[in-house]
Design a protein around this ligand. Structure first.
Ligand SMILES: [Zn+2]
Length: 258
């Protein structure tokens, strides 16, 4: 990384100790998405993950992939890989789906407080660069996020069940853009402005977020991220929580494949 670009070499040099563990969602028999979905989520996540790997490696990051081809990797293995590296950050790449074809937009999940700056930065760039609605940053107890001992985010890069978004996602140039926006979020994660910070240096707003840690998982299928959620939160009577703020989104995301 000789300094062809000053800005690039500056952040690459200061960030080169970071290991980025990239997790391409699903794989093997776990196709992702909802039954009957035309575009396989597992293929799109891997494709974006491989592009992200190239972008990050070119910037000097050490990059580890939880999968490099179409294989099933258990969630516990994925998060164990992330936890086995010091100074790692864990970035899970997914695409959304819903029975309602109109559902669209970008959303980014995190669980631990330490992950909010990374989630804010990734979401800032991915949602900001996409021609899709901003569905916001959400806190949720997805297994891979709860079990991660390093900053961890899961970004849903649009709905494969939405005709407009699916058209974009099927273009390699758009997938490259997604990879570059995620990389920008990783690169800029330390420039997220905290709510108390008054320094002018930090330029990316800490995103407000919707706390969905109490959302019911009773409607989720076996292949969902949250299948190992505690039994307490998977009781059927929790439907009420989907009626709170962001009701439509909660219902949608409770039914869709994350
Ligand atoms: Zn997924």
């Amino acid at each position: 990384m000789a300094g062809l670009l000053c800005a690039t070499s500056a952040w690459a040099a200061s960030d080169s100790s970071t290991t980025v563990v990239i997790d391409a969602g699903h794989g093997g028999f776990d196709r992702g998405g909802i039954p009957g979905q035309r575009i396989a989520e597992k293929e799109m996540t891997l494709e974006v993950a491989q592009r992200l790997k190239k972008v990050l490696a070119a910037a000097g990051y050490r990059v580890i992939m939880t999968r490099e081809n179409d294989v099933f990797v258990p969630l516990g293995t994925r998060v164990a890989i992330a936890n086995s590296y010091r100074n790692a950050i864990f970035v899970c790449v997914h695409f959304n789906s819903a029975k309602r074809a109109g559902a669209d937009g970008i959303e980014t999940y995190f669980y631990s407080r330490d992950s909010l700056p990374l989630a804010s930065a990734v979401h800032h760039f991915v949602a900001g660069g996409a021609p899709s609605p901003n569905r916001g940053v959400r806190r949720r107890g997805y297994y891979v996020l709860r079990k991660a001992r390093v900053p961890a985010v899961l970004v849903e890069c649009g709905f494969l069940t939405n005709p407009t978004e699916a058209t974009y996602i099927q273009k390699s140039s758009y997938r490259q853009k997604l990879a570059e926006e995620i990389a920008a979020g990783i690169r800029e994660r330390s420039n997220v402005r905290s709510s108390t910070s008054s320094t002018a240096v930090a330029t990316i707003p800490l995103q407000p977020y919707i706390d969905q840690t109490k959302v019911s998982s009773s409607k989720r299928s076996r292949s969902k991220h949250s299948r190992k959620r505690s039994s307490k939160s998977s009781k059927k009577k929790k439907k009420k929580s989907t009626k709170s703020a962001g009701a439509e989104a909660n219902v949608t995301s409770a039914k869709r494949e994350g």
